[in-house]
Write a protein that binds this ligand. Structure first.
Ligand code: NAP
Length: 693
């Protein structure tokens, strides 16, 4: 195929040309542009050799969106949260088997093996983590219940319940160039579990690596039709075709985010738009972390890692070192010494290289221009230089690590200019309030590290800076080795930050799945709420007769119920329980002391005695489908029980969660104990494992 080249995007080309056009994957087939389309050349970051050409000219994006909304929604809609989560796990296993091929391609983007691991293994790791959390923390259904039922009537016939259902459109991800694999998978995983099809639009300079991953995903045959489409090249008029049913998750520069956010379909049409943008992340050295302490060493190590991994092209990289007054020179010396000892710059395919080039010469030029602006704003280079590192290919996008010192910590430049490369600045603070104020000058950041072993310093700093950040990493002698690091978002926790960082939460466990769903308040009778949510609500119809412990998951239904009791409690029972367990708390053994307690009329039964008795009253003892009791939840003791009172128990199947990969599932039972006056004595959920057949 012949394509016109406009030579933009990845820097100046060489004579080496490539006929490779990075295809898009749309409407469940591969697509390449027609003859004469305008294509961008993408170059190898270290050598400048052409890797590929990219163009989306002529791609019918309206059809792409329509395909996701119809075919993608339909195929994902046939699956439950757990079934989708299991597909993600299989996908993770499959991609793990083709990693080496991806590593090779990743080196062309300038990534060292360690950088590639962060991107590729990090992305695969998100699939595993979200798969496992999806199955542990979500029901095996298509409705997610949010919070407790709200009683809205005196007689219990009318209640409210919040539920989440998937959004009815498409999740469009527009990604930055720095994480071509992780960037896609961290957004695909939650959208997929939610049941929402994805359109991926990677950044042009490294999109060929994203395309390679998509090719493997398709080869695996794991994902259902329409659930994933890829646009290689410009997003063009994509947002023109979106409306309130759809979502855009943007990662990139604040400038691009601003222009996309201003699109009428976002402003007026209700497209859900979230952005992860740039961030002036900080690392605060605590006053106690003097040179020679483990915290000082961990701080220096973290700064060097963050400045050099991905050549500093991470949204989470440390940009501002905030250190106590008088410590700047010590920190600069220690960082410089470690940098000289540990960092070798070059083509990542060469032996011993620990830091590669930037992704393109265009990026290199932008970073060097930002360094100039930092110098104009009061910065002075105290480590490194703007000259190309010795021994590197002049066609490559190499920049040496650069540390700038600012005499005036309030200089706007240090808090505003993000040089998206191996560049950081150091400033000094006078006291903790000053350190907090300086960190906040980032205008909202993704992450800050606080290096201290002093609990009061930790508390003061974190309470001061937390609301300006999405994540704070506490670094001290205890966790220095086990810490996942300042720059690594983890899929269990929030990634994103307020203000300048974009205000989003792309990761963050099940929160990120719910981000792809709509919360709706449902009001109605217990029977209707039960039918809609699949979870039994108090007051809804019940079935009695055959003891529910005799039913396998194939027969058991929510609302199946058994009752037991009454059983009268005597003082002898309470005394015997106190003797047997050793729990001789005065409320169960000393009549006068118990009566003096504001909550008890005199001696009362142990709550655990009542719960144990309740099991005796509801259990059906013979071997059967119930395999084990795996716990209790939400236990509340409400009314004290005195000698002479009696209790009875009502046990109702509340939630049934078959496991996809086992021969059993979880059943959660609603348990309520009443006394002889029909007052609630205790309520809780009993968790059991029950065979499917
Ligand atoms: P960028 O230039 O803003 O591009 C980001 C994405 O937007 C690319 O896919 C780009 O596509 C696309 N794009 C550009 N103009 C567009 C338009 N008019 N319509 C639709 N899409 C458009 O950013 P970048 O240079 O790739 O990434 C570097 C920046 O990203 C840094 O500032 C960094 O801090 C930030 N970042 C933030 C996070 C985070 O999680 N907060 C993570 C990574 C990076 P093309 O490449 O095809 O132009």
């Amino acid at each position: 195929m012949t394509l016109l080249s406009n030579g933009t995007g990845a820097g100046t080309g060489t004579d080496t040309s490539s006929d490779t056009v990075v295809p898009s994957y749309v409407l469940d087939s591969w697509w390449t542009p027609g003859e004469g389309a305008h294509a961008q050349r993408v170059l190898d970051a270290s050598t400048g050799a052409e890797v590929a050409r990219v163009s989306s000219d002529g791609l019918d994006l309206a059809a792409v969106v329509a395909h996701a909304r119809t075919v993608g929604q339909a195929s994902l809609g046939e699956l439950t949260f757990h079934q989708r989560a299991i597909l993600l796990k299989k996908l993770g296993q499959y991609l793990g088997g083709v990693k080496e091929e991806l590593y090779e391609l990743s080196a062309r983007t300038g990534a060292t093996r360690y950088d590639s691991m962060v991107d590729i293994d990090g992305g695969i790791g998100v699939l595993f983590t979200l798969s496992s959390k999806g199955r542990r923390e979500m029901p095996n259904s298509q409705v997610y219940i949010d919070g407790d039922v709200e009683a809205l009537s005196r007689d219990g016939s009318f209640s409210g319940q919040h539920i989440y259902t998937r959004i009815p459109g498409v999740a469009c991800q527009i990604n930055a160039f720095n994480f071509p694999v992780w960037g896609m998978l961290e957004k695909l995983a939650p959208a997929f579990i939610a049941g929402v099809p994805t359109i991926v639009k990677p950044a042009t300079p490294t999109g060929y690596l994203t395309e390679a991953v998509v090719r493997h995903i398709l080869a695996s045959g794991i994902l259902p039709a329409g659930s994933l489409q890829l646009i290689s090249g410009s997003a063009r008029d994509l947002i023109d075709h979106l409306d309130y049913r759809d979502l855009v998750a943007f990662t990139g520069s604040a400038g691009t985010a601003r222009s996309l956010k201003a699109h009428p379909n976002v402003v007026e049409g209700g497209v859900r738009f979230t952005s992860e943008t740039d961030s002036l992340n900080a690392a605060i050295l605590g006053p106690d972390a003097a040179a020679g302490t483990a915290e000082f060493d961990a701080y220096v190590a973290s700064v060097v890692t963050e400045m050099t991994s991905k050549a500093g092209q991470k949204c989470t990289s440390i940009r501002r070192l905030i250190v106590p007054a008088g410590r700047r020179d010590q920190v600069v010396a220690a960082v410089s010494e470690r940098m000289a000892r540990r960092v070798t710059i070059g083509d990542p395919r060469a032996e011993g290289v620990t830091m590669g080039p930037l992704a393109s010469t265009g990026q290199r030029d932008e970073v060097l221009a930002s360094v100039s602006r930092l110098i104009d704003g009061g910065g002075r280079i105290v480590m490194g230089s703007v000259d190309a590192p010795t021994g590197t290919d002049p066609e490559g996008a190499f920049v040496a690590p650069i540390l700038l010192a600012f005499h005036d910590p309030e200089s706007p430049a240090v808090h505003e200019i993000e040089a998206f490369g191996p560049v950081a600045s150091i400033i000094e603070y006078t006291d903790l309030d000053h350190a907090i104020a300086l960190a906040a000058r980032g205008g909202g950041s993704l992450v800050t590290t606080v290096a201290t072993h002093h609990p009061d310093v930790a508390r003061t700093l974190v309470l001061g800076i937390a609301a300006h950040h999405g994540r704070v990493l506490m670094l001290d002698r205890v966790d220095a080795r086990s810490s996942t690091g300042h720059g690594s978002p983890v899929p269990h926790l929030v990634h994103g930050g307020p203000g300048r960082a974009g205000g989003s939460e792309e990761l963050g466990g099940i929160r990120s799945v719910l981000h792809h769903m709509q919360r709706t308040a449902i009001q109605g009778s217990p029977d209707m709420l039960t039918a809609i949510t699949g979870e039994w609500h108090t007051g809804a119809a019940v079935r009695t007769g055959i003891h529910p412990f005799r039913k396998s998951l194939a027969e058991l239904r929510v609302g199946d119920q058994t009752q037991g009791g009454p059983r009268v409690v005597t003082l002898a029972d309470i005394t015997a329980f106190a003797e047997a367990t050793g729990d001789k708390f005065y409320a169960h053994t000393d009549a006068a002391a118990a009566a003096a307690n504001p909550f008890f009329p005199g001696i009362v039964a142990h709550g655990y005695l009542l719960v144990s008795w309740a099991a005796g009253l509801f259990v059906d003892a013979a071997p059967g489908p119930v395999l084990a009791n795996s716990g209790l939840e939400k236990l509340r003791f409400v009314t004290p029980v005195s000698p002479g009172d009696s209790i009875r128990v009502t046990l109702t199947a509340k939630r049934i969660t078959p496991r996809e990969t086992d021969e059993y599932g979880e059943v959660c039972w609603d348990a309520v104990l009443h006394n002889q006056n029909d007052e609630v004595v205790a309520s809780y959920d009993v968790l059991t494992l029950v065979a499917k057949e």
